[in-house]
Design a binder for this molecule. Sequence first.
Ligand code: ADP
Ligand code: MG
Length: 238
Amino acid sequence: MGQIQLRNVRKTFGAAEVIPGLDLDIEDGEFVVFVGPSGCGKSTLLRLIAGLEDVSGGKITIDGKEATKLGPAQRKLAMVFQSYALYPHMTVRRNIGFPLKMAGADKAVIEQKVQEAARVLNLTDYLDRRPGALSGGQRQRVAIGRAIVREPAAFLFDEPLSNLDAALRVNMRLEISELHQKLRTTMIYVTHDQVEAMTMADKIVVLNAGRIEQVGSPIDLYSRPANRFVAGFIGSPR
Ligand code: ADP
Ligand code: MG
């Protein structure tokens, strides 16, 4: 599961219309990247899907169920925050298990899910450490682990690598792609970085001022950009 539909989704903040009305279909298991310049509405769109913001109009459907009126917890989506959102006083084990503990899961179940997530993320040897004793990349993996244990219908990432240095960013990009190969769960990944979009996506959604300029595979966008904006942004001549 992990099919998401947006129909005429609008968002205004006061008098500002940030998203004027947007349609989008995300298929189960797809790796979808939202790309576009700073301020174009990428985070807002992701937060609308996650239920962290209410739509001003239109409808969001997740796995056939109208989600527009559901709160974030009921949508079964996992927003992966940047690694600084970890609890510094808790071990990796407790950080990863925290959402399950909050949901009232019993200890044995939590430990089992934490072990599974740690295995997928190569964190098994680090479970007793605190975030301060980890590298940036390892901390990012802990943040992802905290999402994995909830077994979400989709993972939502908002520029998760923007705080990392260039070498680490390349590494984490590969790790997230690998994670998608392993889990085959829908992922929506927000970035303003064209290279990330082109290398990670099954499907790229190019946004400009709250509107979709084009949706397509990296090769579609590269070889058949819909307009000058897409061509300029993806970096191919037209
Ligand atoms: P991006 O993530 O693409 O950089 P955002 O979605 O953060 O863009 O922002 C899109 C526009 O919406 C910007 O003009 C921003 O100032 C505005 N915006 C975002 N959140 C709020 C808010 N809570 N209140 C008012 N304006 C907002
Ligand atoms: Mg943003």
